[in-house]
Ligand binder design. Structure first.
Ligand code: PEP
Ligand code: MG
Length: 325
């Protein structure tokens, strides 16, 4: 076993009872791609595209975006790449989009899909680049900050327009799967409805914690209230997972909770079998997966649903994790 510890696990891993688990990387910058490849990741579960839009005083062109997305797709192949469309707003603002940038409460203001749907041409340009990159690999597209079904429907219309344009211009494009970030309480509470109109879910726990507990994730004054183990957060995650499983669509988690070893048994027991995280955590997670017996964990999750505090949740999860590792 000691020896094995130093080998890079680049193959897919499974639990003791044979449940396959996909452990992929979160990336943002082009330099993250070689790191992702060395980490043994099963592809890219979250490609944050803000960097492209923040680095200069104009939005990136379709061609610039296409080259970057294509590069990710080609490198990850045959593993999947999930490209998240622009999540500007809150702490990420650009000078070339002056509207609303003086918001008093930006975390609850125009961000993510809300900005994209107001900046339709910019959004369509990004979607065209993603559609084109989908020819070159296993590419999916995902939308941030979704709270309402209308946002998904409006986005789908823009995707259709982009496809029509590309067809007319004779430019080849693929058919990426379309998913949403589950990162607002609303998206969990009506996850069943979302599951009818999207191909997959990915839980953005960083924002889900922020919006569930009404705690600004950047505000040090309330940092002590930012609790990933809060029972309300776990209950919302369960709702999203149940909805995904009922409709038989994939559900992953790409917020920072995904790399917490104490939460790994919890996610697997709920059927969240795709985890996306910083490359440094991938090997550790793949190794831990191989120790777990998911069918046994399912039986031991019951006390969790009666826990009243984050502390109680943590104690229960610690017990479960210790029994395997
Ligand atoms: C999240 O909210 O958990 C997430 C993955 O997205 P970001 O951290 O980019 O908001
Ligand atoms: Mg988020």
């Amino acid at each position: 076993y000691e020896k094995k510890d130093h080998e890079i696990l680049s193959q897919k891993v499974q639990s003791q009872d044979g449940q396959k688990v996909y452990v992929s990387a979160n990336i943002e910058f082009p330099e993250d791609i070689p790191v992702m490849l060395k980490s043994g990741a099963d592809g890219i579960g979250l490609y944050r595209t803000e960097f492209l839009f923040l680095k200069s005083n104009r939005p990136p062109t379709e061609e610039e975006q296409y080259q970057l997305y294509r590069n990710a797709a080609v490198n990850a192949k045959p593993n999947p790449v999930i490209i998240r469309t622009l999540d500007l707003g809150a702490d990420k603002v650009v000078a070339y989009l002056p509207w609303r940038w003086m918001e008093e409460n930006p975390v609850l203001g125009a961000r993510g899909i809300r900005i994209s749907l107001k900046e339709k041409e910019m959004f369509k340009t990004q979607l065209r680049a993603i559609l084109r990159a989908a020819v070159e690999g296993n590419v999916s597209v995902m939308f941030p900050m979704i709270t309402d079904l209308s946002e998904v429907l409006a986005t789908k219309e823009i995707i259709e327009q982009a496809k029509e344009e590309l067809s007319t211009q004779g430019i080849p494009f693929g058919e990426p799967q379309c998913g949403i970030m589950i990162e607002t309480p609303s998206s969990c509470l009506i996850a069943e409805h979302f599951a009818q109109i999207v191909d997959f879910f990915s839980i953005g726990s960083n924002d889900l914690i922020q919006y569930t507990l009404a705690v600004d994730r950047m505000n040090n004054n309330v940092e002590y209230l930012y609790q990933p183990f809060h029972p309300s957060v776990l209950l919302l995650i369960r709702m999203a997972a149940d909805a995904a499983i009922k409709k038989n669509i994939p559900i992953s988690i790409c917020g920072e909770m995904s790399s917490d070893i104490y939460l790994l048994p919890f996610f697997l027991a709920l059927g969240i079998d795709r985890l996306s995280m910083g490359s440094v955590f991938i090997q550790r997670t793949k190794r831990a997966v191989q120790f777990l017996d998911v069918s046994k964990i399912r039986g031991s999750l019951e006390p969790l649903w009666r826990a009243k505090t984050a502390q109680e949740v943590f104690e229960i999860l610690k017990e479960i994790t210790r029994s395997f590792l």
